[in-house]
Design a protein around this ligand. Structure first.
Ligand SMILES: Cc1cc2nc3c(=O)[nH]c(=O)nc-3n(C[C@H](O)[C@H](O)[C@H](O)COP(=O)(O)O)c2cc1C
Length: 449
């Protein structure tokens, strides 16, 4: 392994953190979800820690049932739409990448191409789009459907969607705008191309109305764990979030995904795989474990049950909380989040957990580490050195305190070990991640409009 290989770090940013009880216990304001000043400080803290990416997850829906349970765990119930938030944050930060989710099931490609091209200009080359197919029926019901289309159809649409967006990002050559005052010509008509796309899901005949951005194309993120998800990632993704919580499984995923790239004419280093990593850092292991136990005990049974129902894709609220879950209650297959489903099923089958134990142990695809800064750095080093990942998607149970402690205590240790950058060396998100700026397909082919 090259000595200079450095890990990438992203922050999964969500108001008070990802733990259901985070909003109650986090050492920060509880009324921060609509506070741009709060997010600005969070992004600046991540930038102080030289993070590659500030990332905002999303679903275009609020929950509309079991509101008594969700009222205790308000994820996605009071949140900004990511592109709006990231646009505002571009003015409060100067280096960190700004990535946000937008669903291929509920947008049109033209909107997405235009919005992320704009974000790339506004942020001077720091935009990234997380391509998702969406995994809940609340969203489907907001867009004229009773339920999500099948997994296969969602990914077929996503593939065509991404192809169109990327083609639209190329409709202006890099040097299309010429500002030729002497001849009164603003742009060179031979350097603007129209897309002529007629596909299964979309018909798009036109060009974008914004010139090519600093990164050429914003960075494409993806997080699929299913076979269809991995194929889409292998073909198009430049950053992938992995949800395996053990290094051997993460390594198998890493090798599998990078191995699939060749058939699309891509090299393994054109993709950075970031593993979900959820540390709780304290001055001693005992203290970290104690803090975590306190948090877990705060999960209200109603919240535990809706979280299991979401990812196991079946309601278990009729079962006794303290008896093992009967195997015949496990659905045959997943239609929403494959890896989360598999992880819950394996906990039920292998550890014979009760319902209560299940919601206390299930980590939703993140590697949990409870310990000192050294303990956390040790695990990160182990995963990174084994090439189980190229870096980490940091998921803090509570924010802003989890991030602040990590930046103050773990980042210097990673730097001391030579595993992490001392400072940003470039300007764009592509620079941070070591990803080349893509040439326009038209410039590459020499084709004029
Ligand atoms: C770190 C991370 C962030 C994600 N963010 C979102 C998100 O914001 N919105 C969403 O609908 N899905 C999100 N997902 C889910 C994935 O995009 C994907 O839909 C899911 O893993 C299921 O894909 P699969 O069916 O190919 O396994 C995220 C997954 C991970 C691991």
């Amino acid at each position: 392994m090259a000595a200079s290989r450095k890990m990438a770090l992203a922050l999964l940013a969500q108001a008070n953190g990802l733990h259901p009880a985070g909003w109650i216990t986090a050492g920060g304001p509880t009324d921060c979800a609509m506070d741009i000043g709060y997010y600005a400080k969070l992004a600046q803290t991540a930038e102080r820690g030289k993070f590659d990416l500030f990332f905002v997850a999303d679903t275009p829906a609020a929950r509309t049932d079991k509101l008594n349970a969700w009222s205790r765990h308000p994820q996605y119930m009071n949140c900004f739409e990511p592109i709006s938030l990231l646009t505002a944050l571009s003015g409060h930060t100067s280096k960190i990448g700004l990535g946000g989710t937008a669903s291929t099931s509920f947008y049109e490609p033209y909107n997405i191409a235009r919005l992320y091209a704009g974000l790339d200009h506004l942020s001077h080359g720091r935009a990234a789009w997380n391509v998702v197919t969406s995994g809940n029926n609340y969203a489907a019901r907001n867009f004229g459907l009773d339920a999500l289309p099948s997994h296969g159809d969602r990914y077929a649409r996503a593939k065509e969607f991404v192809e169109i967006v990327r083609a639209l990002w190329d409709t202006y050559d890099d040097d299309a705008i010429i500002y030729d005052k002497a001849n009164g010509v603003y742009f060179d008509p031979t350097k603007i191309h129209a897309l002529n796309h007629d596909g299964r899901f979309f018909k798009v005949h036109g060009s974008l109305n914004i010139c090519r951005g600093p990164q050429g194309q914003p960075v494409i993120i993806q997080a699929g764990a299913s076979s269809a998800g991995k194929e889409l990632a292998a073909e198009t993704a430049e950053v992938v979030f992995n949800s395996d919580d053990e290094p051997a499984a993460a390594k198998a995923y890493y090798d599998d995904l990078k191995g699939r790239m060749e058939k699309f004419g891509r090299q393994p280093d054109q993709m950075k795989i970031l593993s979900g990593f959820a540390p709780l850092v304290a001055d001693s292991r005992w203290e970290a474990e104690d803090k975590y136990r306190t948090l877990q005990e705060m999960i209200h049974p109603d919240v535990g049950l809706v979280r299991i129902a979401s990812d196991l894709e079946t309601d278990v609220s009729d079962l006794p909380l303290d008896e093992p879950i009967p195997l015949d209650r496990i659905p045959k297959s997943a239609n929403l989040h494959t890896r989360y489903f598999e992880q819950i099923v394996s906990l039920i089958k292998e550890q014979k957990l009760t319902v209560r134990q299940l919601w206390q142990r299930y980590e939703r695809g993140n590697k949990r580490v409870l310990g000192t800064a050294d303990d956390v750095a040790d695990v990160m080093e182990e995963w990174f050195s084994a090439q189980a990942c190229d870096g980490f998607m940091m998921v803090f149970p509570t924010l802003p305190d989890g991030l602040e402690t990590f930046v103050d205590k773990v980042v210097p240790e990673l730097q001391r070990r030579g595993l992490y950058r001392q400072d940003y060396e470039g300007v764009t998100l592509r620079d941070h991640l070591g990803l080349a700026r893509p040439a326009s397909r038209y410039a590459a082919s020499g084709e004029a409009a």
